[in-house]
Design a binder for this molecule. Structure first.
Ligand SMILES: Nc1ncnc2c1ncn2[C@@H]1O[C@H](COP(=O)(O)OP(=O)(O)OP(=O)(O)O)[C@@H](O)[C@H]1O
Length: 232
């Protein structure tokens, strides 16, 4: 994915906030990239723009050969369904459905038939085989987040976008979820973009982008937690 010179302003006059001030970034395929930064630095705005969830004022965003900024709403909706997998802090699973039904739901909604071998591989990689008939309320937070990750992966998306995926989890469960996110990159070759406040989580990424006041102020390969502490 390539984003060039992204600008986004909220509000007008005195209430005007420049959330993105000319951000350019390339997210290489098969890498785990973390976006960090203080509250209000523009992380959510950037992630929403890259994932086609929100519009920008100017700039270019290319994902898998498509210019996102040129798409109409319905085309964006289709692109998100086909090319982007989402993982949220709050899991966002459907409580009345089993783990397996939750995993397959986006494919069903997009009227796509699952690649059963791929879905089976994900279920095994994420250790969900013996949880498939359970509903979310019958699973731990870590298990629910793994179901959410399996759901995001089911369509073989070009990009996984994870928004504070460990924000609702204790330290031990966070570590477990980060480990599976890491295996999605290492074993499945997935591209993962994660917004986080957690420096330990960011240190597990291949790369950390640090935002401040709507600009990227650091771009670190194999970031160490101590290195990040000085920047946030
Ligand atoms: N809908 C909106 N209307 C007005 N201002 C907004 C809106 N969304 C974000 N902002 C402002 O834009 C700036 C960037 O916000 P953004 O949510 O992208 O930051 P963030 O780094 O994700 O923050 P946090 O870590 O607190 O979630 C902030 O100053 C914020 O107040």
């Amino acid at each position: 994915m390539h984003a060039t010179n992204l600008h986004k302003t909220y509000g007008k006059g005195e209430a005007k906030v420049e959330a993105l001030k000319g951000v350019s970034v390339s997210i290489p395929v098969g890498q785990f990239t973390a976006i960090l930064g203080p509250s209000g630095s523009g992380k959510s705005t950037l992630m929403h723009a890259l994932a086609g969830l929100d519009t920008i004022d100017s700039g270019s965003i290319q994902l898998a050969g498509t210019e996102l900024t040129a798409l109409k709403d319905d085309q964006l909706t289709r692109l998100r369904a086909e090319k982007i997998g989402f993982v949220f802090q709050a899991f966002n699973l459907v409580p009345t459905l089993s783990a397996e039904q939750n995993i397959l739901l986006p494919l069903q909604l997009a009227k796509q038939s699952p690649d059963q071998a791929w879905v089976d591989g994900i279920i095994d990689l994420l250790g969900l085989r013996d949880r498939l008939s359970h509903r979310p309320a019958q699973m731990s937070g870590g298990q629910q987040q793994r179901v959410a990750l399996a759901r995001a992966l089911a369509s073989k998306p070009a990009l996984i976008v994870a928004d504070e995926p460990t924000g609702n989890l204790d330290t031990k469960t966070s570590a477990e979820v980060l480990k599976v996110l890491r295996s999605c990159v290492d074993e499945l070759g997935q591209t993962v973009l994660m917004v986080t406040h957690d420096l330990h989580a960011a240190a597990l990424a291949d790369r950390a982008l640090v935002l401040r006041d709507g600009q990227i102020v650091a771009d670190l390969a194999h970031p160490a937690e101590t290195q990040l502490q000085g920047l946030i």
